[in-house]
Design a protein around this ligand. Sequence first.
Ligand code: SF4
Ligand code: SF4
Length: 519
Amino acid sequence: MGSPSIPPLARLARLLNPWGVHPEGRKQLTADTEIALVPLPDRLVLPLSQHIGAPARPIVEVGTRVLRNQLLAEAQGAISAPIHAPTSGIVVGIAEVPVPHPSGLPGPAILLEPDGADEALPAEHNDPFALSAAEISRRVAEAGIVGMGGATFPAAVKLSLGQKTAIPTLILNGGECEPYLTCDDRLMRDRANQVIDGARIILHAMGGREVLIGVENNKPEAIAALEAAAGAFPEVKVVAVPSRYPMGSEKQLIEWLTGREIPAGGRPADIGVMVQNVGTAAAIHRAIRFGEPLTRRIVTVSGGAVRTPRNVEVRIGTPLSALLAFCGGLKAEAVRYVMGGPMMGLAVQSLEIPVIKGSGGLLALVAGEVGSYGTEDTSAGPCIRCASCVGACPIGLMPLDMAALIKHGDLAASVDIGLKDCIGCGTCSYVCPSKIPLVHYFNHAKGELAAQDRNKMKQDAIKQLADARTARMEQEAREKAEAAARRKAEREKAKAEAAAKAAAKKAAAPAPASEESPA
Ligand code: SF4
Ligand code: SF4
């Protein structure tokens, strides 16, 4: 096992720092089940927004027959990702349907009815190391690959940063610190070669020097599999990190592995680091070696209500109900469904919403499980100023003060003390003895700020349009006045010339003969 390139004392200091928590993992429910393939459902629902950034734009029409891996919707703008067909079939609709979104509002999606043939576009085979960095970025962008750890940031945007600035270190995130989730663990155990190959391709594309793969020390099988696959590549090191929540967050992993801190408001690239999830690396391996766009992913289906919890590989667009049915349905009443993990996941109201590129889990939780992760707004008491939330926050924020400011509607002041640095991990809520749903306040406030930003952008755009219209009208009025003045001047000039001509003509005319005889 490799060791992180940081001084031992710095590492010890971080070990002793009490940030984070140790929620009950409940990973044993699925960690030892092999990945099983979910059959094609009757209908796939492919939301146009499966990534951070502008939604993709459909380029197919209702009634079109498409093949697996065919482009259905193209990226719009720099931070966007295209959508491809996960199987062959007919596009039966492009409509607003329930999609995974914190607002719970419907969103636009392409509806695809599989024809069962699963006919694909011709496959490609490439040697990644014969391709240029720019070509790899282009292919990753075309394959629609986004961060598979849930952040859904288009992977190619990060890759292209490496071509503009020196980024020597690639960190692969194999943390998976959310309770219940084991999809990355299974991927690292079962497909370690794909992960290592993907990491080397990314390193080649970013012009980097070393890969550090951070894996929590409660996943010995994953560590062993990755080490075996990385054996021939000295630039790749597998590093065990402590299992505490939220070690899988980008900031914590970078600090642990490199000893460096991202400056407030900065990015990992500012300190020479790029972070990608292990699932993203495997997807890049498939995209570059075989020309496969991102159309499937591994999902953990778990929770006390699921009859047979397991990890499944599923086509993107498959409704959650089909995953649950594949896992034997329910054995007890589920009081809550969560997409993702219980700490940061999204509670969902309908099982007809589809798996998207960033979906790592579907949890069906029974009564005893809900609330045990600190994200429930039940029986909240008053703040007793115990400061437990302050000590546990991995970012070093003051959750109690931020929540108090948000409660009083002072969002600007909460931003001043760090709201935008909050990663929404829910650790503060988890440790709060008064069960105050702190992270709900922060997520709500961030939603408000985003809405305000969007509104401001809209207002700015409207103002710009109005200013441009006023300027255009003023310009037109000026031009009209100038033209009128010009015409008037021309008329007057013509009049003066005519008068002058007439006068000249008159002057030139011979004088009439006199009737009197000269003397
Ligand atoms: S304040 Fe934000 S970053 Fe800190 S523990 Fe709470 S949710 Fe996590
Ligand atoms: S943990 Fe809860 S009770 Fe304690 S200071 Fe923070 S908000 Fe208040």
